[in-house]
Design a protein around this ligand. Structure first.
Ligand SMILES: NC(=O)c1ccc[n+]([C@@H]2O[C@H](COP(=O)([O-])OP(=O)(O)OC[C@H]3O[C@@H](n4cnc5c(N)ncnc54)[C@H](OP(=O)(O)O)[C@@H]3O)[C@@H](O)[C@H]2O)c1
Length: 319
């Protein structure tokens, strides 16, 4: 698997991350271990987790994904080769939604314990906190970095202006800012006024901002929960439009031409597009993951990318 530079740092990270949100909850331990082994066999090392994964699954309280990663890393002896992320900021269990200094610091300590590591490679602010001054949050991240508890800081579910503010404040204080942004993003384009609640989109404006500022882009939910390939998963309503019908035709034709699944084309398109995007890829079985990893086995031609980027000039019915 190719590596790519993490924002304005000198760190090289995998061009495709493995999403571990449901590992240890909906995806049982043996299956999660097999998926992790399969990802490593592809040369991958970027594991995406969070403190609250997956507290919303009935019978669980959060921290299960981190606990499972700890167990897997110990059993395989691979901590040094892995690039581990976690996140803080959303509500789970008895922890409120907040990026206050004491929450950022105490949640980091808990994640370090659950992960069984001394340092988290990349620690995300999981969502902007309008009730805490951004300088308070950025100072907390900087303190963690100085103490060696995290190596890099990233943002997720931030608007462009919030990311800019955070990095401006950090720059003024000589603290390190956010080197990457993780947002919701896929091949189909949601209507302009689509509302995904706390999940914020990777808009063209944010892409341009991050390219200019050398901030890495990461995409979550890139495969729309399997909707590109599964009859039991309809295309979500916010993505239903004439122009997306056209994009789907182009996607399926390209997949046919390359003899791979549409999922693989979506991921390859993302990794090869104008501002390279690192997808967080996941699945509930090794078979699914192997289908998705095919994205690493071909390069889209300029003509194929152009075709995939086309959209007919017709207003989205949800915009
Ligand atoms: N920063 C954030 O706020 C945030 C938010 C959400 C997610 N994330 C990260 O992004 C990762 C991915 O998120 P996501 O789960 O929403 O991603 P997704 O790509 O939208 O959906 C993944 C799901 O699609 C189905 N799928 C994937 N490949 C398939 C295949 N080849 N054939 C059939 N079905 C397939 C599986 O569903 P089944 O499991 O039902 O089989 C799989 O669990 C997470 O693990 C997490 O690390 C971050």
């Amino acid at each position: 698997m190719n590596k790519t530079t993490l924002g304005n740092t000198e760190e090289m990270i995998s061009c495709m991350g493995l999403g571990t949100m449901y590992f240890g909850t909906k995806v049982d331990e043996p299956t999660s271990f097999n998926i992790l082994d399969s990802y490593v066999a592809q040369g991958g090392s970027f594991l995406d987790s969070a403190n609250k994964y997956a507290s919303w699954v009935p019978g669980f309280k959060g921290g299960e994904s981190e606990n499972l990663l700890s167990k897997w890393m110990k059993s395989r002896g691979v901590r040094q080769q892995m690039f581990i992320t976690s996140k803080v900021g959303f509500q789970y269990s008895d922890v409120p939604r907040s990026l206050k200094k004491e929450i950022v610091i105490s949640e980091c300590e808990k994640s370090l314990k659950r992960l069984g590591v001394e340092t988290i490679d990349l620690y995300f602010a999981h969502a902007y906190d309008a009730n805490t001054p951004i300088e308070v949050t950025m100072e907390a991240f900087f303190q963690l970095k100085k103490q060696g508890k995290i190596r890099f800081a990233g943002a997720s579910n931030f608007y462009g202006w919030q990311l800019s503010d955070a990095n401006l404040v950090s720059c003024q204080q000589n603290w390190e800012g956010f080197c990457c942004l993780q947002q919701r993003h896929t091949y189909l384009e949601p209507g302009l006024r689509s509302d995904f609640g706390t999940q914020l989109l990777l808009t063209p404006e944010i892409q341009a901002l991050c390219k200019t500022k050398n901030i890495s882009l990461m995409a979550y939910s890139p495969l729309l929960g399997g909707a590109y390939v599964r009859n039991d998963r309809p295309i979500p309503v916010h993505y239903q439009s004439k122009s997306n019908e056209f994009r789907l035709v182009n996607l399926n034709e390209t997949a046919e031409e390359l003899q791979v699944s549409p999922n693989a084309v979506v991921l390859a398109w993302m990794m090869q597009c104008y501002s390279q995007i690192i997808p967080m890829v996941t699945g509930s079985s090794v078979i699914q993951l192997e289908e998705n990893f095919k994205a690493l086995s071909f390069t889209l031609t300029n003509e194929q990318i152009e075709k995939l980027n086309q959209a007919i000039d017709q207003p989205n019915k949800y915009s």
